[in-house]
Every structure is written in structure tokens, then in C-alpha cells.
Design a protein around this ligand. Structure first.
Ligand code: CA
Length: 235
């Protein structure tokens, strides 16, 4: 059996923390709590949770600063940003700085649990399903993926990707030259049944991924756009 997954809740509104804790524990998760950004960052680093639910407006250090600090320290833990309202800039900024997902308050507990599951499941599935044959996937001349260690190399240099960026790259690279729409990618990589207008998430993640793996992100060689259709991995 899997060990019990732990979720760090970083949120300054006690009633929201209470309802999150109650529902997450009922789903079988262990929970940690932090009521300000600084405490959230130090608990994230000390406790190594499997996922972080991160509010944006927090005392001492806001959620974006916490997420940025984690990514700068090389921590790729899945992060779901809790935005206070339907604020497009919050969503995009959150994704730009390396969050994996966001959810808008007020959220339905059912949707939140589904998103937590989608973001955690991918991470925990990765290790046991990696077979010897799949461990090293040379995807192009200069780019390679090691699916055992979850590392990506370009010209022998390791590239630091978030979980979601890694999954998007691996998915596209394992179906070379096949074009996927943003809705396809939301379903296949993000694991969402209902996507609504969240396809914007795909664009931001592709852009971030290009900035990391491409020699010239403005003129990508690996992940290409088929205008009006979607994205594909070019070989
Ligand atoms: Ca808050």
C-alpha cells in the first residue's frame, strides 16, 4: 500500500482550513496547516508534503512569493493556488511562477478533492509504472528524458521542471508529431473531465516549458504549435 499522502494547507482563514482539513482527512489524507506565508514555506521545506494548497492573500509572505521561493529552491512539489476570486491575472501569475493548478474561491469541495487527486495521483503513479525499457527515452538529438529519475537533459545538462511540465513534455514526446488540442491535453495530462475555460492553463504551461527546454523559446524546436489545432512534439 501507498503510504498516506500528506497535504499542506496554507491559508489564513481558519474556517476554510477547518473545512479543508475535515474533508481531506475524510478522503484519507494527512494534513499540515500554516496560517501565514512564512510558516507555510518553512513547513513545506521541513515536512515535504505531497501537495500544497496555497492561498494567495496571506500575512507575512503572499502565496506567489511562497511558490516562487519553493521553485527557486528546486522543490517541485505539486502546488494548487487558491485564488480569492475569478481573477485572470492571479491565475496566470500563479502558473507563471510554477504553480501546477489553481482553484477559485468559493470552490466546491468535490471539485477541490478531484483536483487534489488529479495532481497527487500523477506524482505517485510515476515511480512504479516506469519500466526498465521506458527508463531512458531519447526524444531527439539533444533532448532526453529519464522516466526513472524524472530528469530531463538537454545537451547533457539537467533541466529543472515542475511535475506538470514534466508530464506535459513526456506525454507529447511519447506521441511524436501527433497534434493534441488544448482540451485533449487538459484531459490527458491534467486529468480533468470538465475543462471549461481552463485551457489557458495549457498555453501558460507550454510557454513555461519552452522557456526551460528550448534553446530559443521564441522559435521552438521541440514543442511546436499547429495554429488553430494545438501542440505537438516535433522530431
Ligand atoms: Ca487569505
Amino acid at each position: 500500500m501507498d503510504r498516506q499522502k500528506t497535504i499542506l494547507i496554507v491559508e489564513d482563514e481558519k474556517n476554510i482550513v477547518d473545512i479543508l482539513r475535515f474533508n481531506l482527512q475524510r478522503e484519507g489524507y494527512r494534513t499540515w496547516e500554516a496560517y501565514d506565508g512564512e510558516d507555510g514555506l518553512s513547513k513545506a521545506q521541513a515536512e515535504k508534503p505531497d501537495l500544497i494548497l496555497l492561498d494567495v492573500m496571506l500575512p507575512k509572505m503572499n502565496g506567489f512569493e511562497v511558490c516562487r521561493a519553493l521553485r527557486e529552491a528546486g522543490d517541485n512539489v505539486p502546488v494548487i493556488i487558491l485564488t480569492a476570486r475569478e481573477e485572470e491575472t492571479d491565475k496566470v501569475l500563479g502558473l507563471e511562477i510554477g504553480a501546477d493548478d489553481y482553484i477559485t474561491k468559493p470552490f466546491s469541495m468535490r471539485e477541490l478533492i478531484a483536483r487534489v487527486g488529479a495532481n497527487i495521483r500523477r506524482t505517485s503513479m510515476a515511480a512504479p509504472t516506469a519500466t526498465a525499457a521506458a527508463s531512458a527515452m531519447a526524444v531527439s538529438n539533444n533532448l532526453s528524458i529519464n522516466t526513472d529519475s524524472h530528469q530531463v537533459f538537454r545537451d547533457g545538462q539537467a533541466i529543472d521542471l515542475t511535475q506538470r511540465e514534466y508530464e506535459l513534455l513526456t506525454f507529447l514526446a511519447s506521441h511524436p508529431n501527433k497534434v493534441y488540442s488544448r482540451v485533449d491535453l487538459m484531459e490527458q495530462v491534467w486529468n480533468y473531465g470538465y475543462v471549461g475555460d481552463d485551457v489557458r492553463t495549457v498555453d501558460v504551461t507550454v510557454r513555461r516549458l519552452r522557456e526551460k527546454i528550448e534553446v530559443n523559446p521564441a522559435s521552438p524546436a521541440y514543442i511546436l504549435t499547429r495554429r488553430g489545432v494545438g501542440y505537438y512534439f516535433s522530431v
